[in-house]
Design a protein around this ligand. Structure first.
Ligand SMILES: Nc1ncnc2c1ncn2[C@@H]1O[C@H](COP(=O)(O)OP(=O)(O)OP(=O)(O)O)[C@@H](O)[C@H]1O
Ligand SMILES: [Mg+2]
Length: 294
C-alpha cells in the first residue's frame, strides 16, 4: 500500500493497515511515543542544554505538571534521543544524558546510592558518603555526562527540612563541580522543593505542562494521536466532541491517550474504523485503576 494514499495517517500508522485487526489493536495498546507540539517544545528546550558550553553556572530546566501530564514520557524520550555513543577519538563511551529518579525519601546516601546504581556502579552497603560521592564524580566525569535528569523531584519534600537542604546542596554541588545542567521533573509542588535553595532555583528555567484546555494546542494533540492511530477511515471530531473529551479526561494527557486508544480499539472491533462524535458522546469513562489520573 502506498503511504501517500492515506493522508489521515503517519506512514508508520498507515503501514499497519495491511496487518490483522489483532496486530493493529496490539500496536495501539503498546503505543510508545506520540510526538505533539508541546512535547516537542519541551524536548527542543532540553536539547539546547546539550549544546551549551561547559561553564561555572550551567543552565537548568524544571518541568512541572500534574500526574499523568506526560512528564516521564518526555524524560524517557529525551534520554533515548541522546543515547550513549562511542567517541572514537578517546575510545570512551560517552553518556550525555543520565536519568534517575529522586528517591522516595531524600538523603545524601540514598541519593548517591541511586545515582551510582544508574551509573552501573552499585556500592557496598557500608561505603561511606564521601566514597560514594567520589565514585559518582569520577564516573560521571569519565563518561562525559552533560545533563543529569531527575524525575519525581517532589520527593525531596518528603524529607525533613535538613534532609531537603542536604539534597539541594548535593544537586548544586554536582552541577558546579561537574559543570553539568540539571533537568528536574515533578508535580507542581516540586516548585517549592527546588525553591528551598535560592541559588539553585535561580538557574532553573521553568516549564509547566498545564492541563489541556479548549484551544488549538489541544486540537493538535488530538490530531497527533489520531494520525498515529491505524484506523482505515479518518476520524473527524467537532469542537463539541473535543470539549466532551476534555470534560471526561479532566484535561490530563494520560486520560486523553487512554480514551482515544479505547475508542480506536472499539472502532476496529466493530468495524466502523473511525472515531465519531457519537461514540465520544456516548462514552462512559471507565478509567482503570492504573490508568486513572486526576
Ligand atoms: N507522548 C506520549 N505518547 C504516548 N503516550 C503518552 C505520551 N504522553 C503521555 N502518554 C500516556 O500517558 C501516561 C502517563 O504519562 P507519564 O507517565 O509521562 O505521566 P507523568 O507526568 O510522568 O505522571 P506522574 O507525575 O504520575 O509520574 C503514559 O503512560 C502514556 O500512556
Ligand atoms: Mg512520571
Amino acid at each position: 500500500m502506498n503511504e501517500t494514499t492515506i493522508p489521515h495517517l503517519t506512514s508508520t500508522a498507515a503501514a499497519l493497515l495491511t496487518e490483522s485487526d489483532a496486530a493493529r489493536i496490539r500496536a495501539i495498546r503498546s503505543r510508545r511515543w506520540v510526538l505533539y507540539p508541546r512535547a516537542k517544545q519541551a524536548l527542543d528546550r532540553l536539547g539546547v542544554l546539550l549544546d551549551h558550553p561547559r561553564g561555572t553556572r550551567m543552565p537548568s530546566i524544571s518541568i512541572y505538571g500534574d500526574s499523568g501530564m506526560g512528564k516521564t514520557m518526555i524524560m524517557k524520550q529525551f534520554r533515548d534521543k541522546n543515547p550513549p555513543s562511542f567517541d572514537s577519538r578517546t575510545g570512551v563511551l560517552k553518556t550525555p544524558v543520565l536519568a534517575m529518579e529522586m528517591t522516595s525519601r531524600p538523603g545524601e546516601r540514598r541519593f548517591y546510592g541511586e545515582l551510582l546504581a544508574q551509573l552501573g556502579a552499585p556500592q557496598r552497603p557500608r561505603a561511606d558518603i564521601a566514597q560514594m560521592e567520589q565514585a559518582a564524580l569520577r564516573i560521571m566525569e569519565a563518561i562525559g555526562v552533560q545533563v543529569l535528569v531527575i524525575d519525581e523531584v517532589h520527593n525531596i519534600l518528603a524529607g525533613t527540612y535538613r534532609e531537603q537542604r542536604i539534597v539541594l546542596n548535593t544537586l548544586r554541588f554536582l552541577s558546579n563541580r561537574l559543570q553539568i545542567s540539571l533537568v528536574c521533573f515533578g508535580v507542581n509542588e516540586a516548585r517549592e522543593a527546588i525553591g528551598g535553595d535560592v541559588q539553585l532555583a535561580r538557574r532553573f528555567e521553568q516549564l509547566t505542562l498545564s492541563r489541556w484546555e479548549a484551544n488549538e494546542q489541544f486540537e493538535i494533540l488530538v490530531a497527533s494521536i489520531l494520525r498515529n492511530t491505524p484506523l482505515r477511515h479518518p476520524s473527524v471530531l467537532t469542537p463539541k466532541a473535543l470539549r466532551r473529551i476534555l470534560q471526561i479526561t479532566d484535561g490530563i494527557t494520560a486520560n486523553i491517550f487512554y480514551m482515544l486508544s479505547y475508542l480506536a480499539i472499539e472502532a476496529i472491533e466493530n468495524g466502523s474504523e473511525q472515531i465519531t462524535d457519537n461514540v465520544v458522546e456516548a462514552w462512559e469513562p471507565t478509567f482503570e485503576a492504573e490508568t486513572a489520573y486526576a
